[in-house]
Ligand binder design. Structure first.
Ligand code: HEC
Length: 99
């Protein structure tokens, strides 16, 4: 009984979140391990892969199209993100707020 209740509560919370793309949440789960919560790339994985600071001018000057390509196809040691188009758009919008 308690389990069922907990499950339906979880569903009630999770479903609306899945229904529309939240760039910050996507970034937090999919990108933080390598790029860091602040985009600096100062995480153990980010440092070993030598990721660029997402807040830097070099990265910010990339067009949405170029970033979409990185997220769709991957680039160098970065794996393809497997995100849907709407999620990619949302996460790019989030990256733009990091600078
Ligand atoms: C496994 C670690 C890893 C994950 C997870 C990851 N990245 Fe990356 N990312 C990299 C690496 C490494 C590069 C540099 C690729 C290169 O230039 O060879 C990169 C490059 C980028 C670039 C291009 C900037 C540049 O240096 O050219 C953007 C934008 C980016 N990542 C955004 C994201 C976003 C958004 C996510 C989450 C959906 C994400 N990354 C997830 C490792 C990762």
């Amino acid at each position: 009984m308690t389990k069922t209740l907990a499950c339906s509560l979880l569903l009630a919370v999770a479903l609306p979140m899945a229904a529309f793309a939240d760039g910050a949440a996507i970034y937090k789960t999919k990108c933080t391990p390598c790029h860091g919560a602040d985009g600096s790339g100062q995480t153990p994985v980010g440092k070993s892969l030598k990721v660029r600071d997402l807040r830097s001018a070099e990265v910010q000057k990339l067009s949405d199209g170029e970033i979409t390509k990185v997220l769709t196809d991957g680039k160098g040691k970065m794996p393809a993100s497997k995100l849907e188009a709407a999620d990619i758009k949302a996460v790019i919008a989030f990256i733009r707020t990091l600078k």
